[in-house]
Design a protein around this ligand. Structure first.
Ligand code: SAM
Length: 270
């Protein structure tokens, strides 16, 4: 995958993309990340990238010409998605990330100040993404969030196969608890089942913990999770869940079988 990011502060990306999972993915050739300074396409002695708003009011607006010039120059004839980071965009979810991860190339435009000239939204970008219902001072942090979450979905980016598929939200629910050594930390012991060596029982325990955690913290997710079996549904009812389940929620999975055990438990995955 190739990722192009347009910003007036491209230096902000150096540190987050120079460490950990993204750096490994870049080093392995799974992704190329190119940051572009919009100012390089701004004209005039001062290379202005913003101006005052028509109609008055406070704040500055990012000018359309340098953003169009930068994106069109780098994109060439490519028809890849051009995504504006915006608090007015569709709110980011795991299914949106899964869809983005299918593209060979993605472009991100980062706004600043009061945002970008409306013509960027209406005539240049193909999508707008928000990372939540709050306002940042610029699109750079939002782009980092989206890029991190997309890159970890690329095959080979994480420490072991299927890691991302088992995460919270990838399954439509929350993941259960994790433990590592020491066995006993300040008298808090790791649950016996995790030391049993019985893979099917461990998987069943994990599945039940994931259901319980979702019930306790995000019961709204149980309404849309796609693979809650009839046995699991009746168990959740016993545990106090009163809401609806998704229509297609029946599956082969039940609490006695659990899910496939995790591979390579010790692999790093940050
Ligand atoms: C201060 S914000 C502008 C907000 C704009 N005046 C509005 O009310 O919609 C400046 C830039 O930060 C980015 N931004 C702010 N909040 C964001 C969010 N929740 N998700 C994605 N990008 C965001 C956008 O690129 C935006 O153009």
């Amino acid at each position: 995958m190739r990722i192009d990011i347009f910003s007036i502060f491209p230096e902000m990306f150096t540190s987050p993309f120079g460490a950990s999972m993204i750096k490994r993915a870049i080093d392995r050739g799974l992704v190329e990340v190119h940051t572009h300074d919009i100012r390089a396409w701004a004209e005039g002695k001062h290379q202005m990238t913003d101006d005052t708003p028509y109609g008055g009011g406070g704040g500055m607006i990012m000018k359309p010409e340098p953003i169009f010039a930068a994106v069109e120059d780098i994109r060439g004839a490519d028809t890849c998605p051009v995504i504006l980071l915006s608090p007015q965009g569709r709110v980011l979810t795991q299914p949106i990330l899964a869809e983005l991860a299918t593209h060979d190339r993605l472009m991100f435009v980062c706004g600043r100040y009061e945002g970008v000239d409306e013509r960027v939204r209406t005539h240049l970008v193909s999508d707008e993404i928000s990372i939540g219902d709050y306002v940042l001072s610029g699109g750079e942090l939002a782009a980092m969030v989206v890029v991190d979450a997309v890159v970890r979905l690329l095959p080979g980016a994480l420490g072991y196969e299927n890691a991302a598929a088992e995460d919270s939200h990838a399954t439509g629910m929350l993941e259960g608890p994790h433990y590592t050594r020491p066995l006993n930390f300040r008298d808090w012991e790791v649950p016996d089942i995790l030391r049993s060596g019985h893979h099917a029982q461990v998987a069943a325990w994990r599945r039940r913990q994931a259901l319980l955690r979702t019930l306790q913290r995000r019961p709204d997710l149980l309404q849309t999770a796609a693979d809650i079996s009839p046995e699991e549904q009746s168990w959740l009812r016993q545990m106090g869940y009163t809401g609806p389940f998704a229509a297609k929620s029946a599956s082969k999975t039940d609490l006695s079988q659990g899910r496939k055990g995790r591979k390579g438990e010790k692999a790093g995955r940050n």
